[in-house]
Design a protein around this ligand. Sequence first.
Ligand SMILES: [Zn+2]
Length: 107
Amino acid sequence: MDTYGEVVIEDLHIAAMKPSMGRRTFRRSVSDAALGMFRPQVAYKMAKMGTFLVVADRWYPSSQIHHRCGCYLIAPTKMAKALVCSATSELVDRDANAAKNLRDWPD
Ligand SMILES: [Zn+2]
C-alpha cells in the first residue's frame, strides 16, 4: 500500500448479498473472512502511509458495466466469471472488469 497514492474499494452490503450467493458453504466462507473488518483495517493502514482511500458507491454496478464500451454485460449464469459484451459478444472477466471500473472511479 505504500507504493500507491490512492486505493479504491467498494462499499458492499455483504448481508444483503448472501441470499444470492448460492452454495451455503460459500456463504459461510464469506462470513468467516470477516469482510466487515477489512475496510477499517485498510483505512487505518492507509492513514499511516498517507495514502488516500476512496470508497465507491454501494449501488455502482462495477461488475455489470463493461469498462471498455460502457454496455451492460450479459451473465450466462448468476455466478459466471466470464461475462459477454452485449455490443460485440466479447468475453469479459468479471473481476478484472470490475477492478478497472473501480480504478477509474470518479472521486
Ligand atoms: Zn461492451
